[in-house]
Design a protein around this ligand. Structure first.
Ligand SMILES: [Zn+2]
Length: 248
């Protein structure tokens, strides 16, 4: 998971969401979840409201519309961060919408929303907080480790260490290392297009979290050991203009 910047919705869509929230609120409290679910699935809502929501979420998502939880598969579903069943009044709350793949959304997360003793979410919302405050990724293994209770719950609920993801992250790390070496070779040859191509290849591959965690770990005093890369790659990960290009 990486931090995601939430973009504004077109005014007409935001207004429509407010109307739909009011409609859910007008139902009796015990009927609101069913009302929200029915409204969410209503043909007019699916055909008119979902597409613009999905478009803005796709613009916010890493790489080619990747899932905001796993970073691997295409984000196909509009996910309710706080499930509709638990808080129907947030069914049409833009701040509660994320883009997720069907595995993360429908098979793993579903209606799960762990909270602590005070009722605060124990699930990372990448649009409001930095996932790296809660999660440590070891790129050479592709495995996440929870730094906080919220990090540990997020790994469990979203299945962030499922084998297909850990293998994918190991592969993504290889691509990052190769692209960094190509960027350095292109720079030595004075080839701006070559440098750009290396950056774009990294930025558009799945698992944006791998490169971002490598850039962060590179600033750690124990970076060489933690990252398991040679001094040249470590130098590149610490090169300001390359870092800016990869994080832009
Ligand atoms: Zn996913």
């Amino acid at each position: 998971m990486i931090p995601i910047t939430r973009l504004p919705l077109p005014h007409d869509v935001a207004d429509r969401l407010d109307e739909l929230t009011a409609e859910v609120g007008s139902a009796h409290r015990e009927e609101r979840a069913a009302a929200a679910r029915a409204l969410w699935r209503r043909r007019g809502v699916r055909e008119v409201v979902h597409p613009p929501l999905r478009r803005v979420l796709a613009d916010m998502a890493p790489g080619h519309e990747r899932c905001m939880y796993c970073g691997d598969s295409q984000g196909t579903d509009i996910d309710h961060f706080e499930p509709l069943a638990g808080n129907p009044l947030r069914a049409f709350d833009w701040l509660n919408h994320l883009l997720a793949c069907s595995t993360c959304n429908s098979n793993l997360k579903r209606d799960r929303f762990p909270v602590d003793a005070l009722g605060a979410a124990l699930l990372i919302d990448p649009t409001t907080e930095d996932p790296f405050d809660h999660l440590l990724l070891t790129p050479s293994l592709g495995v996440y480790h929870g730094l906080t209770a919220k990090g540990r719950e997020t790994i469990e609920v979203c299945g962030l260490n499922r084998p297909v993801l850990t293998r994918g992250r190991v592969q993504a790390r290889r691509v990052v290392v190769m692209c960094l070496e190509r960027w350095a070779a292109a720079r030595a040859a004075g080839s701006e297009p070559g440098m750009r191509e290396a950056v774009v290849t990294v930025r558009e591959q799945p698992f944006a979290d791998v490169c971002q965690s490598m850039l962060r770990l590179a600033l750690n005093p124990a970076a060489e050991r933690v990252l398991d890369v040679g001094p040249q790659v470590l130098d590149l990960l610490r090169t300001a203009d390359l870092r800016d290009a990869l994080l832009a």
